[in-house]
Design a protein around this ligand. Structure first.
Ligand SMILES: *Cc1c(COP(=O)(O)O)cnc(C)c1O
Length: 217
């Protein structure tokens, strides 16, 4: 199947109100255009420089999502255009995004990445840590970021029950944070192999790469 057909098939199987972010990391401009030409606008990358190059070359109506770990010294490159930063995993990074947002006169939409997987290799806040950041005066003082919700990645495993449990836990935290913080509306969880479970557990944004673009090298 073509990229356009894959994308249509994925979207047909997904309820209204769930946004598909097509994860185009490592893929060529031409592959992105094939998806874009179906009318799709949300694309995600995990490296700032790769995303910036694609933003420069491709149609400006594309909404670029940064889904990877971001080094603070790279924030300045994406600050002028990034549509949503999914991988905010420290307060220091949030402060840098705020600073660059101010420089470019933007309020930059962000998600806090939460560590939900069993592996300790993945980035993210622990749930209680995220809650205390949200409640802190230092966070409240930031004027050029807008926390829209949470992002998480489940353990890389065949154990569907474990994946479900991790997504359930993230949804519980999402609801708690939505009670204390205004404007919390996005729950980004689910990738090619687990987005069905993620949606059942409350995801309203899924990040799908290989299912649309084929395997990466
Ligand atoms: C690569 C990546 C995805 C997409 O992975 P697939 O398994 O190809 O769908 C989703 N989220 C993040 C953070 C990624 O880095």
């Amino acid at each position: 199947m073509s990229i356009a057909e894959n994308l249509r098939a994925v979207k047909q199987g997904i309820p209204d109100g769930v946004t598909v972010v097509a994860i185009s990391k490592t893929k060529a401009d031409d592959a992105i255009l094939q998806a874009f030409n179906t009318g799709h606008l949300d694309f995600g990358e995990n490296k700032v420089q790769e995303m910036t190059g694609k933003w420069e070359r491709l149609p400006k109506t594309i909404r670029w999502h940064m889904v990877g770990h971001v080094q603070r010294n790279k924030v300045k490159y994406m600050a002028p255009f990034v549509s949503l930063v999914h991988g905010v995993d420290s307060f220091r990074l949030l402060k840098e995004i705020d600073k660059q947002g101010r420089k470019y006169k933007r309020i930059i939409p962000c998600l806090l990445q939460i560590h939900i997987a069993e592996e300790d290799t993945k980035f993210g806040f622990d749930p209680e840590e995220a809650m205390s950041v949200i409640k802190s005066p230092e966070f409240r003082a930031l004027t050029n970021i807008d926390i829209k919700g949470l992002m998480g990645m489940a353990t890389f495993t065949e154990d569907r029950a474990l994946i479900r449990k991790e997504f359930k836990g993230l949804k519980v935290l999402f609801d708690r944070i939505a009670e204390v913080q205004e404007g919390i509306s996005i729950l980004s969880m689910g990738m090619s192999n687990d987005y069905g479970i993620a949606i059942e557990e409350g995801a309203n944004m899924v990040r799908i790469g290989s299912r649309i673009f084929g395997p990466r090298n």
